[in-house]
Design a protein around this ligand. Sequence first.
Ligand code: LIP
Length: 274
Amino acid sequence: SEINLDLYYDVLLNLVMQAGKMINENISSRNKEIECKSSTTDFVTKTDKAVEKLLIDNISKQFPDHKFIAEESYSGEKILTDDPTWIIDPIDGTMNFVHSFPHSCVSIALFVNKIPEIGVIYNPTLEQLFTARRGRGAFLNGRPIRVSGKKELSEALIMMEVGGRDPEKRRVVDENQKILMPQIHGLRSLGSAALNMAMVACGAAEAYFDFALQIWDIAAGELIITEAGGVIMDPAGGELQRFSRRVLVASSKEMAENLIRNIVHFYPTSSTTY
Ligand code: LIP
């Protein structure tokens, strides 16, 4: 059937608001029905599952030929086709959600012909709605956002996640902190890849990089960062590989290059959470 991006966007925004309500109704609960997934720090809750079901059930009812790549029902296939494909993280920052730490979001992108057309990241607890349509700019609660444009590490607030129990991942994280701290303004981690990317997009931070993500953590952020004038690439330089689990976003090409020159790297060898 015919592509109608305006319609898809309206349908999505409506569902995202409903998803936000579900997150807010449950984030303060002390009984979230938590299960472990790939490791003892990788969780899913009944709310992750309920939000994903809300989104997939409603979108597929209205657009039966659309495809999904969604965290809690992922087939493991590393393939993005030309078909309209919704890439969904029902709760990015599940660890935060489990702890009632108010930095969780729903993150959704729509790709058509492998090109991101719609990106939405919503933190319902802080009422921050980041949106982008290809070619139309990026917005926070309806107001246009822009990266800071800064170029030098000496003026940068850098975001990276400091978690991970795998010894090699820990070595890389510790090493990067040691390398960066003396050169930059500061280091921050929100515990959500999507919200970290959103912070760079709105100019609140200069860069974010990570080595063990999944496509649904970064799919909406990709369009939001580029529409906000930022760059996205592989953390070793070169084009973003969407299934590689690795990402770097920055306020400018120069900022990205300065980081790439400095950081040490981690290449995940399994599909688990590190
Ligand atoms: C999480 C990320 C977090 C990252 C974790 C994990 P989830 O997503 O957003 O920043 O460090 O590896 O992927 O599991 O909460 O959707």
